[in-house]
Ligand binder design. Sequence first.
Ligand code: DHB
Ligand code: MG
Length: 223
Amino acid sequence: MTEAAWSFVDDFITEKLMSPQGAQQETLRLNQQAGLPAIDVSPPLGKLLYLLACLGGAQQILEIGTLGGYSTIWLARALGPQGKVVSIDVDRKHLSVARENLVREGLNERVELRLGRGREVLDKLKEEDCSPFDFSFIDADKENNAYYFNCAVELSRPGALIFVDNVIRAGGVTDPESADEGAQGARRLFDVISADSRVEATALQTVGSKGWDGFLIARVNAK
Ligand code: DHB
Ligand code: MG
């Protein structure tokens, strides 16, 4: 099977299980028009994030890597009226596009956008003693994934879920010599998690409109 076929199947899933508005085709179109890289999650993956956040009854969600807000909108839709997404991005333009998309979707009030380097904003959140997160989605620069994961665990309530995108990198995760910084970041993440008794985790490979990649899901152990 080729990437074109994987993409065709993603389109089929999207068409059958989501309306164009539900799949937020408008957000994807505007992100592309604004010149943002086309590395939003796919519609099927966005809906999986939404369903997982719904299942866990998430009220406080952390997102690391906002981009144009495509995944942010999926996550914000899962919240009850009292819920909140805190979403971090280092790029001012990303956040201004995300803000426009959130306003159009009527979800602006549920999302707090934080501008800054992931490490710095997360360190600040820890100092702020914010309410613990029920669900975290990590999808920013892959080199810092182990650091981001550790922060997400510290900021989570017991039983919370942490979802990390792009941990397979076309199989590069298994190659110690990989020249892909992202694959090296994913390798470090697996090393850190394999020695972390605070969580239980698994990962799944995926193919689709974004090629061959995958995600990791961890549950923070109840104390
Ligand atoms: C890249 C980043 C992503 O978050 C993604 O889903 C796919 C690719 C990248 O930086 O290459
Ligand atoms: Mg991603």
